[in-house]
Design a protein around this ligand. Structure first.
Ligand SMILES: Nc1ncnc2c1ncn2[C@@H]1O[C@H](COP(=O)(O)OP(=O)(O)O)[C@@H](O)[C@H]1O
Ligand SMILES: [Mg+2]
Length: 367
């Protein structure tokens, strides 16, 4: 049975809420619908940043001490607004949507402590938007000993199946953190986080220039990457670990660049993201033939150029060049995962998150 789903994603970049509609039975993608975006305001983003800082000390996933309660209200409200303007813009009635997949905002990801915390009140959201909401996708995986991330690989596999190209291919998602899905034929699906995505670069740009990100990679394009610094950063033990493995947004926040101009610093951090992605190649079963880049990082032309240089002779294409939407993929993925959760299909596998057995997940909140 085909379902009409809306997926909602608010990633580690803290930029805003992505919304996307797809029709799917949880196995195939029948049709892509429209997508939308609801950015956080500066004030909201400030509260979320503070929530991430305070969440470091969270003892358990349901606690909302201090600023976390306000941050949760902001997340719920922003998602409700995202759905209502999306429905209005595209003239979609709530009865036409079978399920909403609500990721929430990760404020702490510590699989080693069997703890991953996504804030956002799914029950309140379901009541406000009058649509059933599936949430807490990562919890069952982490409780069972999995990494709880990445969760997009099953969706990447469904996308790749429709391409029918010769493997192995990799889809790399460059959000706040970067993650890859390695696909080889119908049976091999391997995934992991690879290291920093845009978060370190965004933080650096904000500190040095007041801009939230390096638009199209223009700042980095004017600078020179400090390759010695990149090589030293790659000595962090995380990079030598085989997949599956995952990261918290702030795991590399201690990597500091000293005395660099904005251009050289941006070039160096962009190079680190590209190098960390390329560093996964020797840890994969075969060298990939082709790479597809998605997430906000796909819009950073310097990032894509550096990836091409480091991954040659493999091909590197932006997701949009294939008719996919780099911006909407993750939101689409959570609609897809909601359909899978409803049907009890696995959301994660031993080779994507390290969970001992294929694992379904998600909890439903009804309006
Ligand atoms: N036009 C652009 N040029 C360069 N980078 C961009 C552009 N648009 C978005 N980005 C980057 O992408 C990030 C958002 O990516 P996204 O895929 O939403 O990540 P997340 O899933 O972590 O929220 C921004 O913080 C920024 O670093
Ligand atoms: Mg985002």
């Amino acid at each position: 049975m085909m379902l009409t789903t809306i997926g909602l994603m608010s990633g580690t970049s803290l930029d805003g809420v992505d919304v996307a509609l797809i029709e799917t039975d949880g196995k195939r993608i029948q049709a892509f619908g429209p997508s939308g975006y609801r950015p956080y305001t500066e004030r909201e983003r400030g509260v979320l940043r503070q929530a991430l800082a305070e969440a470091v000390h969270l003892p358990e996933r349901d606690a909302r001490p201090g600023v976390l309660a306000e941050a949760e209200r902001i997340v719920t409200l922003a998602h409700a607004e995202a759905v209502s303007s999306f429905r209005a813009q595209n003239r979609i009635a709530c009865e036409d949507i079978d399920i909403v997949g609500f990721h929430g905002q990760t404020v702490l990801h510590r699989p080693d402590r069997r703890l991953t915390v996504q804030i956002g009140d799914a029950a309140a959201l379901a009541k406000t938007i009058h649509i059933p909401v599936m949430y807490d996708f990562r919890a069952a995986d982490v409780a069972a000993g999995g990494q709880g991330a990445p969760f997009v690989p099953v969706y990447h596999r469904a996308l790749a199946q429709s391409l029918q190209r010769e493997g192995p291919m990799v889809v790399v998602n460059i959000g706040g953190v970067s993650n890859i899905t390695y696909i080889d034929g119908a049976d091999t699906l391997i995934a992991c986080d690879t290291g920093p995505g845009n978060a370190l670069l965004d933080d650096f740009m904000f500190r040095m220039t007041g801009q939230r990100f390096d638009c199209e990679g223009r700042m980095a394009a004017q600078g020179a990457a400090d390759e010695a610094w990149v090589a030293r950063a790659l000595e962090h033990p995380f990079f030598a670990l085989p997949p599956p493995k995952s990261l918290d947004r702030n795991d590399f926040a201690s990597l500091t660049l000293h005395e660099k101009s904005p251009a050289d610093g941006a070039a160096t951090l962009t190079a680190l993201t590209a190098a960390a992605i390329a560093r996964i190649v020797p840890l994969l079963p075969k060298v990939p033939r082709s790479w597809v880049v998605a997430g906000g990082g796909a819009r950073n032309l310097t990032m894509v150029r550096m990836l091409r240089e480091r991954l040659a002779p493999a091909t590197v294409e932006a997701a949009d060049a294939l008719g996919w939407s780099a911006d909407a993929i993750e939101a689409q993925a959570f609609g897809f995962l909601a359909a899978r959760g409803l049907k009890g299909l696995p959301l994660s596998y031993p080779a994507t998150t390290g969970v001992p057995i294929p694992m379904t997940g998600g909890v439903i909140a009804r309006p």
